[in-house]
Design a protein around this ligand. Sequence first.
Ligand code: AMP
Length: 215
Amino acid sequence: MNIVLLGPPGVGKGTVAAILSQKYAIPHISTGNMLREAVAKGTALGKQAKEFMDAGQLVPDELVTKMVRERLSQPDCRKGFILDGYPRTSAQARALQEFAAVDAVLDFKAPFKAIVERISGRRTCRKCSATYHIKYSPPKKEGVCDRCSGELYQRSDEQPGIITERLRVYEEQNKPLIDYYRNEDLLSEIDASYHITEIEKIVKQCDEVLEKLKS
Ligand code: AMP
């Protein structure tokens, strides 16, 4: 099952992807996490990506596509994958089609205000990338990851000014991408306006689409 999750930053794709990944035993591939890891390690890709990411801009298509292509060729993707954060442009969607057949595209939707609140309260673990929200899903001990005891931090691109820029970039790039997948008849809308404490309502909608694929 090859799944693509679409939706603005902060809409809850990552949280839902982690749940679906466990449930369907296919890897959750987040290009944002992969790029942040590359930046943290100081790899050649990380060095090229950093300035775009810090400004809330997209990393050039060819760099991200090469990274995703390599990742999808790993043995753990043979049964399928959940792509979170890729494709982000219609050029990326066309590139993806050349090396993987997408079975379903889930388009997550939520109001702008809820998204900004979710992102600005988010904290991420430096070690394992687990995410928390200072108000809605805080860690047991402030600043420390429940899972691995890593340090929690606020991503530089999750400060208010940069969030607005990321949402602007998203709006600009998203329409052609949605049109592309609608034309391919792969698109399903997911109402992601629910609160994080009601995440199962979002997961249920995804399950309904994915179960149909299995039958
Ligand atoms: P995310 O965590 O998915 O919001 O991604 C964080 C940042 O990584 C984005 O603001 C972009 O700078 C970069 N990024 C992630 N995925 C892509 C992609 N598919 N194309 C271009 N840039 C990306």
